[in-house]
Design a protein around this ligand. Structure first.
Ligand code: CTP
Length: 471
């Protein structure tokens, strides 16, 4: 493996190991990704048979410049940055290897001890950095063969590995999804058996893994595994509720669980954006709540987009996702997800397109991607019709945008102007007048200019018994 250790840091580490007469190894994700020829996120984990903190300081002293070492005494870990690489040092452990664990870590193990307590065989491989055996792969569990056969397997009895850190159940599914590996059957059974223990892990850590699953090339794979193992029901029950297709009077509706997964994969094929993917996951989330069978009509999911948008903050809070503009973006897309398709089914009027552009703002392109991804019908005629109508909507959107520039549009008359003109304080009337102006412009009743909007403001004010302050 010698020739693969291109980063000069490995030689420096080897040098320090020699001077201190200790053994040092690169281990974990870096080795796995190296063997897979996969881009690593620039993280290197070093295990030393001794103090990781002392060793990190010695390495830092050898590097050019004044490189700071961050260390955590309780955990026996130290970290430094080297040309954009995050290098973490730890003493070999007998105990389970856990990041973010609050429990102090016991050091002083052998390299075998350390490898034993890692999560998967493919993550337990180490490369020796000691001068005499530099570059030698230490692979006690035949991780290399699991890499070749694309298998996720634990080094120890999976019940032990998962009880050491239940988050590893999520990690198993995350790696299976990211790398397109399969989980060895007895390992998967252990996940199903231990799934309930995920509740002792903090939701932040669970969501970090969940988001990595969502960011994979084909995220549905991970969702299916989460579902089959019982983890999904525990971490995200609302999604499981989408499952099932009922039939009444011979009329069925689609299974929204599998439909949503298809939409998610469709979105993933055209965008890496995590939040657009979340919008896909949540777009029909309120369907189970709003489902109704109406005789003569069939199944309806009336207002599921409104109810769904309302559920977004609640779900984000529970999953410890950020309650910021990203959440607002997902809310908006869930709320608007039917609009382009409804538009496409009808005669596409300018005012409807203008209204959509105004409401979606800069997110119109993402909304169109989501809407396109939402077409999962198996009926080729239906799909053809949708796609044709969709193209008309796209064309119209383009035309109207060029003409009216509504993307980040603000009505030409502000609340300030209204208050000043009528000499009134902030009040309901200001909102009523502003809305009337916005409506009139979006409906195309008046052009989008200050002068015409001002005139309309005066007329609307009059209706409310208001008159220009200085006249
Ligand atoms: N590890 C573990 N159990 C955990 C987390 C991590 O055994 N719950 C070990 C594994 O050996 C893993 C290494 O710590 O390879 C580093 O963990 P981390 O950086 O979280 O993951 P990587 O394997 O590096 O994967 P990625 O780069 O995709 O995050």
């Amino acid at each position: 493996m010698k020739n693969h250790l291109i980063n000069p840091i490995f030689q420096i580490i080897s040098q320090v190991a020699k001077e201190e007469n200790v053994k040092a190894f690169v281990i974990g994700g870096f080795v796995r990704d190296l063997l897979l020829n996969r881009d690593n996120k620039q993280d290197i984990d070093i295990v030393v048979l001794g103090s990781g903190i002392d060793f990190a300081h010695l390495v830092a002293a050898k590097l050019e410049g004044d490189i700071p070492v961050k260390f955590f005494k309780n955990f026996g870990t130290a970290m430094l940055n080297y040309h954009g690489w995050k290098i973490e040092f730890v003493g070999a452990r007998k105990e389970s290897y856990r990041r973010n664990s609050r429990k102090p870590i016991v050091e002083d193990g052998t390299i075998e001890d350390d490898q034993n307590r890692r999560d998967f065989t493919i993550n337990a491989m180490a490369i020796d950095l000691t001068a005499e055996s530099y570059g030698q792969l230490i692979d006690p569990f035949n991780g290399i063969s699991d890499l070749k056969e694309k298998i996720i397997r634990t080094p120890l009895d999976p019940d032990v590995t998962f009880s050491d850190d239940p988050l590893r159940m999520m990690r198993a599914i995350r790696f299976a999804t990211q790398l397109d590996f399969s989980i060895e059957p007895s390992c998967f059974e252990a996940i199903s058996r231990n799934a309930h223990r995920i509740s002792i892990v903090s939701m932040e850590r669970v969501s970090d893994e969940f988001n990595l699953i969502i960011q994979a090339e084909i995220p549905s794979k991970g969702f299916r595994l989460l579902d089959e193992s019982g983890l999904l029901r525990i971490i995200f029950p609302e999604f499981c509720d989408l499952k099932g297709a009922e039939i009444i009077e011979g009329k069925g509706h689609k299974d929204n669980f599998y439909h949503t997964l298809a939409v998610l994969d469709n979105v993933a094929a055209v965008s890496y954006d995590l939040w657009l993917r979340w919008a896909a996951i949540l777009h029909d989330i309120a369907k189970p709540l709003t489902k109704k069978f109406i005789q003569g009509t069939g199944w309806t999911f009336h207002a599921h987009e409104f109810r769904g948008a309302k559920m977004v903050p609640h779900i984000f809070r529970k999953l410890k996702l950020p309650l910021n503009d990203k959440m607002k973006y997902v809310e908006k897309l869930v709320l608007l997800h039917l609009r382009p398709i409804v538009l496409a089914e009808d005669v596409v009027t300018d005012s409807a397109v203008r209204r959509l552009l105004f409401e979606a703002g800069n997110d119109i392109d993402d909304l169109m991607l989501l809407c396109n991804a939402d077409i999962t019908s198996k009926n080729p005629n239906k799909v053809k019709r949708y796609i044709e109508n969709f193209n008309i909507v796209r064309q119209k959107l383009k035309e109207i945008e060029e003409k009216d520039q509504l993307r980040n549009w603000q009505p030409p008359i502000t609340g300030e102007v209204i208050m000043k003109t009528f000499g009134i304080p902030p009040s309901k009337s200001v909102g009523i007048i502003k809305d009337a102006i916005t409506e009139a412009i979006l409906e195309g009743e008046i052009p989008n200019t200050f002068e015409t909007a001002f005139q309309l403001m005066l007329r609307e004010g009059e209706k409310l018994g208001l008159y220009q302050a200085n006249s």
